[in-house]
Design a protein around this ligand. Structure first.
Ligand code: SF4
Length: 483
């Protein structure tokens, strides 16, 4: 980064700022932020917190990197491929960086946290590296980059939940939004980087969650998804970590809020909106959550319940603290208490030491669960995880791929069966937008999270709840008409 280019450009920006401020006599954001998110919904929600912090620093977002004064990539590290995608994307900013030497390029999120200073060493275009718990420090770090220095903050926190920051909603449809309720994870599944890149689990103050949900409804949002790596272990008793709850005082225990209570509070406070939540964890899910779901019409009948493997020995190697049988008992409980509940999963093929028999257990568990859909991947060893340190990634790639294909093919069959079960019925659908397939069609989801497409009719618009007769389907889409 060339010092005098930077000073020169700084002068231009300040001059531009000065002029605009003078003309309008008001404060106006003139700096442009290009913010691109990768990976899970937690990252997309974090980007809305980042956009809010930087908005207060004079940045407005732009969708054109060429226009940007600051480019930020919110990165994912869940699999090797996710990191390669980021490196490739960074290389695409070479030209714009040459044209705009004052341009600052930064990386946020899990890959930033995993690589830390190595990111600056390995990627010369990168000026700024910020971990998921350090976004409040962005204004200071940007000041450092203004002097031509690179800047980094990857400190993880045991308290940070950004509870007091009102996210700037990015690129949404104005009717569905995510509200984060926990950060980090304490579960230490042996294949997973999240505990290392997002730190210890902490729950957000329920008052700030309710405030954000109410504001969303007041601003016309019709669906809220409560978000966390593991929503079932949500527990608020004044800010301490869940593992210290036993030390809490009587009053703290008496006024503590767990996930079932939070869900009940949000569904009651936002009765005009649909409520969803993700991601659940079979080892922490309480039956109380199911009864709260059954009690509230506006809580959607859908649970994302990752399992990763259908075999108990593999689950033990993954440090998933439940057996195949316990997971099946939970499925039975869900279907008993909420008969029309849809369930989806996460599944990994070819984890360390996985035998053909163990793989078959995964297929038979899927048959038993009759999942609506799933996120299915071959095991990708992640540096620094317990599996990487203590186990051999010994299942050959072609076997991993063959098993993954079998899992995906089976899920395709199960999805079609599930989708068929929604046909020849009327469902309530929230219109979320125009179908990608046709300008003349709306798309939206039923309570069970399946996507439906149907012809637009007069007097219907995005954000409306409509009754749709589902006459047909594919394994991924319901086809219907408004009735
Ligand atoms: S529950 Fe396991 S897989 Fe999920 S984020 Fe936590 S450690 Fe990772």
């Amino acid at each position: 980064m060339v010092q005098n280019d930077r000073n020169m450009e700084k002068e231009i920006i300040e001059k531009r700022q000065g002029e605009v401020l003078v003309q309008k006599g008001i404060t106006k954001n003139v700096k442009k932020l290009f913010l691109e998110s990768y990976g899970c919904q937690m990252n997309f929600s974090d980007s809305e917190v980042v956009a809010s912090i930087l908005h207060n620093e004079g940045y407005n977002t732009t969708t054109q990197p060429e226009e940007a004064d600051l480019i930020l990539l919110n990165t994912c590290s869940i699999r090797e491929k996710a990191e390669q995608t980021i490196r490739k994307r960074l290389s695409q900013f070479n030209t714009v960086k040459k044209q705009k030497p004052y341009l600052v390029i930064g990386v946020l999120g899990c890959m930033a946290e995993r690589l830390k200073t190595k990111f600056l060493e390995e990627e010369h275009l990168v000026d700024l590296v910020v971990g998921p718990d350090a976004y409040r420090d962005l204004p200071n770090l940007l000041k450092d980059t203004e002097d031509g220095r690179s800047a980094i903050n990857v400190l993880l926190s045991k308290e940070e939940t950004y509870a007091d920051i009102s996210p700037v909603r990015l690129g949404g449809n104005g009717v569905t939004a995510f509200v984060s309720i926990t950060r980090g994870c304490d579960n230490m599944c042996t294949f997973c980087v999240v505990p290392f890149t997002r730190g210890r689990e902490r729950s957000r103050d329920p008052h700030s969650i309710l405030k954000e949900c109410r504001e969303l409804v007041e601003n016309g949002y019709k669906e809220i998804t409560l978000l966390g790596q593991n929503v079932d272990s949500y527990l608020w008793y004044g800010g301490g970590p869940k593992k210290d709850f036993y030390k809490a005082g009587e009053l703290q225990k008496a006024t503590a809020v767990d996930f079932a209570q939070l869900l009940d509070l949000v569904a009651t406070a936002c009765s005009g909106a649909r409520i969803r939540f993700s991601t659940s964890n079979p080892q922490d899910m309480h039956e109380e959550v199911l009864h709260v779901m059954a009690k509230h019409e506006n809580i959607c009948k859908y649970i994302h319940l990752p399992v990763q493997s259908g075999n108990t020995a593999v689950l033990q190697r993954m440090n998933r603290r439940h057996t195949r049988e316990e997971y099946m008992e939970l499925l039975d409980k869900i279907k008993k208490i909420i008969p029309d509940c849809a369930i989806s999963h996460d599944m990994i093929s070819g984890f360390c030491g996985e035998t053909e028999e163990e793989h078959k257990d995964t297929l038979s568990l899927m048959e038993y669960a009759k999942y609506d859909f799933g996120y299915m991947f071959a095991y990708s060893e992640r540096p620094g995880t317990p599996a990487h340190k203590n186990m051999k990634d010994d299942v050959p790639v072609e076997i991993k791929k063959r098993r993954l294909t079998e899992i995906i093919d089976l899920q395709q069959k199960l999805s079609l069966e599930r989708m068929r079960s929604y046909t020849q019925k009327v469902h309530e659908v929230l219109i979320e937008g125009t179908s990608k397939k046709s300008e003349k069609q709306w798309y939206g989801r039923i309570s069970q999270n399946a996507v439906a497409v149907f012809p637009k009719t007069e007097n219907t618009k995005i954000g409306d709840f409509v009754k749709v007769w589902i006459k047909d389907c594919t394994s991924a889409t319901l086809i219907g008409e408004i009735v």
